[in-house]
Ligand binder design. Structure first.
Ligand code: BGC
Length: 754
């Protein structure tokens, strides 16, 4: 008997091939050899098991072969607390409180790829400690409408900026042996009806606007995983969309990693088998309430798939392909013996979070040098967002943090003369959402409030009369219908009567600083009545410290907007053309959303001539008539406490666009300016955007210092998608290059490109 067992174990029980050295365990062997070796040792059951979940956030390994379970977790701003095996409820662990890093809009606003690398590395270390092999992030869906509840999780409106920032994030994370799962691929640009939206978009807009950041994450970043989106494209759900997954991602881009379904995004076995899905998660996200003893066996890529193979409806060709990808993921992560050890909540992670936050905060307006705040100034802080935790809520990116410094506390620690919160230096001003617990994470401090909004306003106004400066912390929050997954915002306006509050305060105090906490632009009808506005994002654990750093001048702001800040919703292409949220298809559970603004998203739309906009409004029967409203703040814009001169020294055409620029700090404090190169046709004719971002560089300068830099845009990056040929084409000719410190620049010159 012993002899028989021994003989059997030398053979693969499934294929009966002789198995000798365990190549799959030998890290000196090429990856593909290890994959094939492991694959041929696996039984059908083992193969089926590893391609679908066994719990909310894990898929089994192969115990017999020593391949561990694969644990994953959200993402993208910190490692989500553990949930119960089959339910969304908290597991109640005591060792899963993490550092929250700033939301990805803030990271994008740093315009600093080195910080994206640091972000990825720090997050990777936290994930390792928590035993997670794959982080569900980063997100790179393009900001097409400021109503999208999840824009805060993404990197703005511009494909070039998002690409430059996502690549180092992915590389940093994966350098720790933790996979990035880039999401949500693709065209998941709003949340409303996210499971039913069928996006209709031109091939050109798909390629030029919506896919580049994914492509960069895969081709340059080498992402090991990607998550299919909930919505549909060409009437097929994106978690098993043959064009997006098989054709573009796997064939064209050569992606060798794993396609993971979004949780509950799988809808059909045959499509899941054939159209490129590799790992199924979250189907029937209500877990075992299916009534089955193990709902996971009922997944589309589970028992029914196995049965179909045994009945001969499929060969194991597709299955083996999926398994190879999952094995690669294991060798890169769980079975990578070179992985470092992880650590949670280290000081270096807090430092990284504070640095990223400090560099991402955007100074939007600063008249009469209201900012930075002087140490001896009598400061009044107003607003719920000064005392509200923002690392909880918002959906799957909600975190349980070891600590979160609130804006009021951050200011109190840096401006001790303000006095305690009870000492007259704080007024609530408005009430938003007082629920301070989310998905089992309860915030210690209560922010309950029983006074009416009129009473709160009156109190704030009275206190404001005595103050030198009033800092209002307002904006959105992470509650439903705000910056939150699952729904979009219902309005562009600020909620909770904040406009009334700001107007009332501005009447009694001329030094109002409005700090907008959000992941999206909001309407600011009172903009001319307040001298200072700061975009404060969702900044994570170090929010209060980072905001105080900037407000007091300890950090000189250098953030730049990663999206165009339109004055009103109807100024946004998608809304002026009345394309949002789409049109329900009669008799079907599908809502068609046609991206009628095409490639003209964000500043590309703002730049379009009034004539062309009018033509588009008419062609698409928009109820709007033409308008000519310039954005409140352009893409790429942000001020500093110092001033800079940007002088173009020379430029060259030929094979590439190459521009040499000297930047000088002409002010009194050290700071950073981000020089941006945009390129467009010499004579804009609406066939392509007036200009598009093609290179940028952030330059740090001491007072009086200058530096000379060269910005280069390759021919490749200037190509357009030729729909007829189905490929990128470069059109030689005369172009116009623009140098600026935002997209609103007139400094331009002609160049010939061959
Ligand atoms: C979200 C994903 C998230 C997943 C797991 C889904 O609802 O769309 O972004 O990673 O849940 O929490």
């Amino acid at each position: 008997m012993r002899g028989l067992l021994l003989t059997l174990s030398l053979f693969n029980p499934f294929t009966f091939l002789p198995l000798t050295a365990q190549v799959y365990l030998d890290e000196s062997k090429p990856l593909e050899q290890r994959v094939e070796d492991a694959l041929q040792r696996m039984t059908l059951d083992e193969k089926i098991a590893i391609i679908h979940a066994q719990s909310k956030f894990s898929a089994p390994g192969v115990k017999r072969l020593g391949i561990p379970d694969m644990w994953t977790d959200d993402g993208p701003h910190g490692v989500r607390p553990d949930v119960l095996w089959d339910e969304w409820e908290q597991a109640g662990q005591t060792n899963d409180s993490c550092v929250a890093f700033p939301a990805l809009t803030c990271l994008a606003a740093t315009w600093n790829p080195q910080l994206a690398r640091l972000y990825g590395e720090s997050l990777g270390e936290e994930a390792l400690y928590r035993g997670k092999a794959m982080i569900l992030g980063p997100g790179v869906n393009i900001n097409r409408t400021p109503l999208n509840g999840r824009n805060f999780e993404y990197m703005g409106e511009d494909p070039w900026l998002a690409s430059r920032m996502v690549v180092p994030y992915v590389q940093g994370l994966q350098s720790k042996g933790v996979a990035a799962c880039v999401k949500h691929y693709a065209l998941n640009n709003d949340e409303e009806y996210r499971h039913q939206v069928n996006v209709i978009v031109s091939d050109r807009a798909l390629r030029e606007i919506y896919l580049p950041a994914f492509e960069a994450a895969v081709r340059e970043g080498g992402a090991w995983a990607i998550m299919g989106a909930y919505n549909l494209y060409k009437n097929q759900h994106n978690c098993h969309n043959s064009i997006l997954l098989n054709q573009i991602l796997k064939q064209e881009w050569g992606f060798d990693g794993v396609v993971v379904s979004d949780w509950g995004g799988t809808h059909d076995m045959d499509e899941a088998v054939r159209n490129g899905l590799d790992m199924e998660f979250g189907t029937w996200t209500d877990g075992l309430t299916m009534g089955a003893t193990n709902a996971y066996d009922n997944y589309y890529l589970a028992e029914c798939y196995k049965k179909a193979i045994l009945e001969g409806r499929y060969t194991t060709r597709e299955l083996d392909e999926k398994v190879r990808r999952v094995l690669r993921l294991h060798f890169r992560t769980t079975m990578n013996r070179q992985r470092p050890y992880g650590f949670l909540c280290s000081e270096s992670h807090y430092e990284a979070a504070r640095k990223i936050a400090g560099e991402g905060i955007v100074l939007l307006k600063n008249e009469q040098h209201v900012l930075p705040i002087q140490q001896n100034a009598k400061v009044l802080v107003v607003g719920e967002n000064a005392i509200k935790m923002m690392t909880v809520g918002g959906g799957s990116s909600s975190l349980k943090v070891q600590r979160e410094v609130l804006p009021l506390d951050g200011l109190l620690s840096q401006l001790p003369s303000m006095g305690g919160a009870g000492g007259g230096s704080y007024a609530r001003g408005y009430v938003g959402d007082t629920v301070q617990s989310y998905n089992g994470v309860t915030v210690g401090r209560s922010i309950a409030e029983s006074r009416t909004s009129a009473e709160l306003r009156a109190e704030a106004v009275e206190k404001a009369k005595q103050a030198d400066v009033v800092i209002v912390f307002g904006g959105l929050n992470k509650s439903d219908f705000q910056d939150c997954e699952g729904h979009d915002r219902r309005q562009y306006e600020l909620p909770y009567e904040q406009n009334e509050l700001v107007e009332a305060l501005a009447k009694v105090n001329k030094n109002i600083v409005f700090v907008n906490i959000s992941g999206n632009a909001v309407a600011m009808p009172w903009i001319d009545k307040v001298p200072a506005v700061v975009q404060g994002w969702f900044l994570g654990s170090e929010a209060g410290n980072a905001l105080a750093d900037v407000l007091t001048g300890r950090v000189n702001p250098s953030g730049k907007l990663p999206f165009t800040w339109f004055r009103q919703l109807s100024d946004v292409g998608a809304h002026s053309l009345n394309t949002y949220p789409g049109t329900w298809r009669e008799g079907h559970d599908v809502i068609d959303e046609e991206y009628k603004e095409d490639i003209f998203v964000g500043y590309r739309w703002a730049d379009l001539s009034a004539k062309r906009k009018k033509e588009m409004l008419t062609a698409h029967r928009s109820p709007l008539t033409a308008y000519r409203s310039t954005p409140l703040f352009p893409f790429g814009y942000g001020l500093s406490y110092t001033t800079f001169d940007v002088i173009v020294n020379g430029h060259e055409g030929g094979a590439n666009v190459s521009v040499t620029v000297t930047v000088k700090n002409t002010g009194k404090v050290a700071g950073a300016e981000t020089v941006q190169l945009y390129v467009g046709p010499n004579k804009p004719d609406n066939s392509r955007p007036v200009k598009e971002l093609k290179a940028f560089q952030k330059v740090w300068l001491e007072p009086g210092e200058s530096k000379t830099i060269t910005l280069t845009a390759s021919r490749q990056s200037l190509s357009v998608w030729d729909e007829a040929a189905g490929q990128w084409t470069f059109v030689p000719g005369t172009y116009r290059a623009y140098i600026g410190t935002s997209s609103n620049t007139n400094s331009s010159f002609k160049l010939n490109l061959l």
